[in-house]
Design a protein around this ligand. Structure first.
Ligand SMILES: Nc1nc2c(ncn2[C@@H]2O[C@H](COP(=O)(O)OP(=O)(O)OP(=O)(O)O)[C@@H](O)[C@H]2O)c(=O)[nH]1
Length: 769
């Protein structure tokens, strides 16, 4: 607390340390709960001594032996235990500054702008003397008071009066011979005279001194001659005038306060000094307003900084399309926190400025939050649509549902949820609106419902188409495998019945999906077209070349190889194979003609479907195949060329079967006649009897017959002959080798003395041969 600050130094420069110093003194957040006191008086009149005694400050006191000026510029120190800033101003008539009277005036202006109390320090013997009693300085103070506080007061302080200043005269070395009352009256008289001589602004010519200044007078005994009394008196003044607010003499009254909040004091004094220093008009109310603007901006900036930091966590997710449930709370809390922070300090500044700046801050906050709101509303919209889709699909999966009810319930629920959540993030006092998005959501929900219904219809159509395909596949195959004149009647009859069932089922389900009659009509038409295409595909499949050829061949064989009773024919030479063959072939070729066209006997069985037109295409999408399908063309199954080709191939197959039949007759004719066996028995009777009567021959014969039987029945003829052939070859090879060896040995024996080489050559030649 003992530290002091050279607020304005000898070079008339304002200190940059005032703001931190105020913080050190614990006054930054004091608001209006502080005061400023300045002391004026001639040089070396004990001003610093007085301040140190009164307020416990640490201003330099002149060294008795040197008698040199100690206070240069303006010093500031905080009073001990009182929220009071004390300014020690360089003494008037400063000898060191010589003719620089300008500083006096500047310091007076500066002190008056900040201080609620001006202490005028003077010796008792100076009372009544114009120069010594600083009367010149007082005149300056009174004059500048007008220009500083009053000139624009109507503009700046429309409701309030300009602040008053207390001039407290401290009469030093008061011996007591002249009572204080006399001194007071002399000084009051002098001051009144000065007041009267001061040129006053227009309209204030008759203004009273007491409207702007209060006067106070205290005396102090000689410090050196009456030290105890001096101490006692300074202590009394400190308590009564500056400490005890309940005391009758207490002078730190609110009416003297300059209404500069402590947090803005540094900037305010700096500006004041700059104006004073540059000899510019010093209009305190304007300065206060400027200060208010400056400080309110500063406070708002600090509040906004904190405000932005609160939004970091939610900003990104909201921007990337994520729904942030706590956004409403975060926005409300951060806005309130910022405004509270602003209010807590800024409310002390000029009301109009404060209110305007608060409005600006509110606007900035709203502008910052607005994109978050807009994004969050978009996210809500997306969330509502996604959730609506999911719910709709889930509910439509259940076996029994009423589409219109499901849509109604679900859409009301989602719209209400959207409204509730959008309301929750709509901050009071803003013109934010979610109505446009709500309207869009309604449209989108309707679109989703329509899409969903359309999907369900398509799903239904697909299911029925598959079911028709399966059922049609079975009866088409059965009917086409047994061709007769009523083949197509059977197919179409079954198909019509199937379509009738499917149509009834479809219409029932489509009505549950809330489809309109038009939609049902259009989609039923599509179902019929698709069903016909499926049937036609199945017919195509069953009339493919291979299947049809196989079928013709089967029909032919049935007719050719089996008689009318269905018994297989064993061809005899007496049979008229050619006629049977021609008959069967003609019969089959006639049946082939049935496959040419889908042509029922009963014309009523002919299936038709509604044609596609634009009104249908407006309602449903159809495949290209369905759109371009030609019903008339689809009635033709086999083209002429294909039929001729099939007939040709069939004839070849039939011919082959015919030739086979013919061959079987020829082979049966070429068998050994019976009489040959009778002749053989008569001629070979003796040999047969010889075998039968001899047990050995009989046994061998039976064994031979049994073996032959098994070889024949098990079809072992081939393998056995292969084995026998192989064995024969092997035996042949061994015999040849043996014979060569024997020949070589015989030749060696005949030659006698043949050489080993010659012998070897012979062997090689023999081997080679
Ligand atoms: N006669 C007398 N002398 C005093 C009194 N108080 C202080 N002094 C002396 O006056 C001299 C100047 O005291 P300062 O307190 O330095 O006076 P100042 O007005 O602050 O001086 P500057 O800052 O240089 O203008 C010192 O030598 C003090 O001892 C007093 O009440 N009576």
């Amino acid at each position: 607390m003992g530290s002091r600050l050279h607020v304005v130094n000898e070079e008339k420069e304002f200190s940059s340390q005032l703001s931190p110093q105020l913080g050190e003194w614990g006054l930054s957040n004091a608001g209006f709960n502080y005061n400023v006191v300045s002391v004026f008086g001639s040089q070396s009149t004990g001003k610093s001594t007085l301040l140190n005694r009164l307020f416990g400050t640490t201003f330099d006191v002149m060294n008795e032996s040197q008698r040199r000026q100690t206070t240069k510029g303006i010093w500031m120190c905080k009073a001990k235990e009182i929220p009071l800033l004390v300014m020690d101003v360089e003494g008037t008539d400063g000898r060191e500054r010589g003719e620089d009277q300008d500083f006096e005036r500047k310091s007076a202006l500066f002190s008056l702008a900040a201080s609620s109390v001006l202490l005028i320090n003077m010796w008792e013997h100076q009372v009544g003397l114009y120069q010594g009693a600083n009367m010149g300085l007082l005149k300056t103070v009174m004059e500048v008071n007008f220009s500083m506080f009053i000139a624009n007061s109507q503009a700046s302080f429309p409701e309030s009066k300009p602040p008053k200043t207390l001039l407290l005269f401290v009469i030093r070395d008061h011996i007591g011979t002249t009572p204080l009352d006399n001194l007071r009256s002399t000084l009051t008289n002098d001051i009144e005279n000065i007041w009267n001589s001061v040129s006053k602004p227009e309209g204030l010519a008759k203004a009273d001194l007491s409207d702007y200044f209060d006067l106070g007078f205290v005396t102090l005994p000689h410090k050196l001659l009456q030290p105890d009394e001096f101490d006692h008196q300074t202590s009394t003044i400190r308590n009564d005038y500056f400490t005890k607010s309940t005391s009758g003499n207490y002078i730190l009254k609110p009416e003297y306060h300059r209404q500069i909040p402590a947090d803005g004091l540094s900037h305010y004094l700096q500006t004041i000094w700059d104006k004073v220093q540059n000899n510019k008009d010093l209009d305190v109310p304007t300065q206060q307003e400027l200060l208010a603007q400056y400080r309110c901006d500063e406070i708002a900036a600090e509040a906004l900084k904190v405000f932005h930091s609160r939004l970091i966590a939610v900003r990104k997710p909201v921007e990337v399309g994520k729904f942030v449930p706590e956004l409403g709370k975060v926005m409300r809390d951060s806005k309130k926190e910022a405004l509270d922070m602003f209010d807590s300090t800024a409310f002390r500044y000029t009301k109009t400025v404060y209110e305007k700046k608060r409005e600006e801050l509110t606007e900035t906050i709203s502008t910052t939050l607005s994109p978050l709101y807009i994004n969050q509303v978009k996210n809500l919209h997306k969330k509502a649509i996604d959730s609506y889709k999911k719910e709709l699909h889930a509910r439509l999966k259940s076996d029994s549902y009423d589409f219109s009810n499901v849509v109604k319930e679900s859409s009301i629920h989602h719209l209400q949820t959207f409204i509730d959540q959008a309301k929750e993030i709509t901050l009071a006092g803003t013109d934010w609106s979610y109505i446009e998005t709500l309207e869009q959501l309604k449209v989108d929900i309707d679109t989703v419902s329509a899409d969903c219904r359309s999907d369900e219809l398509i799903k239904l159509l697909n299911q029925l188409e598959r079911s028709i395909q399966k059922d049609a596949g079975e009866f088409v195959e059965v009917s086409l495998n047994n061709p007769d004149a009523e083949m197509w009647d059977k197919v179409l009859d079954r198909f019509n019945a199937l379509i009738e069932r499917s149509k009834t089922s479809y219409v029932t389900k489509a009505k549950r999906l809330n489809s309109t009659d038009q939609e049902i009509k259009a989609t039923t038409g599509s179902l019929l077209r698709r069903a016909w295409i499926s049937l036609r595909n199945k017919i195509e499949e069953q009339c493919s070349e291979s299947i049809l050829l196989f079928r013709l061949r089967t029909i032919f064989e049935d007719k050719f190889r089996y008689d009318d009773k269905g018994i297989p024919r064993v061809w005899r030479p007496t049979d008229d194979i050619e006629a049977i063959y021609a008959d069967a072939r003609e019969y089959t070729l006639q049946l082939l003609k049935l496959y040419r066209n889908i042509k029922p006997q009963d014309i009523n069985n002919l299936f038709t479907y509604p044609q596609l037109d634009d009104s249908v295409l407006d309602i449903i999408k159809v495949s290209d195949l369905e759109e371009s399908y030609n019903y008339e063309e689809s009635l033709q199954v086999l083209g002429e060329a294909k039929e001729a080709q099939l007939a040709g191939r069939f004839k070849k197959d039939a011919d082959a079967i015919y030739v086979e039949a013919k061959r079987s007759v020829v082979s049966s004719i070429s068998k050994i006649p019976l009489w040959f066996y009778v002749a053989l028995l008569i001629l070979g009777w003796n040999e047969l009897w010889a075998v039968l009567s001899n047990p050995l021959y009989l046994t061998l014969s039976i064994l031979g017959l049994v073996t032959a039987y098994f070889v024949y029945t098990l079809n072992l003829g081939g393998p056995i002959s292969t084995i026998l052939m192989t064995v024969g070859k092997e035996v042949n090879r061994i015999i040849v080798d043996k014979m060569i060896n024997i020949q070589n040995e015989a030749r060696n024996a005949a030659n006698g003395a043949a050489t080993p080489e010659a012998s070897s050559d012979v062997n090689k030649n023999a081997a080679a041969s």
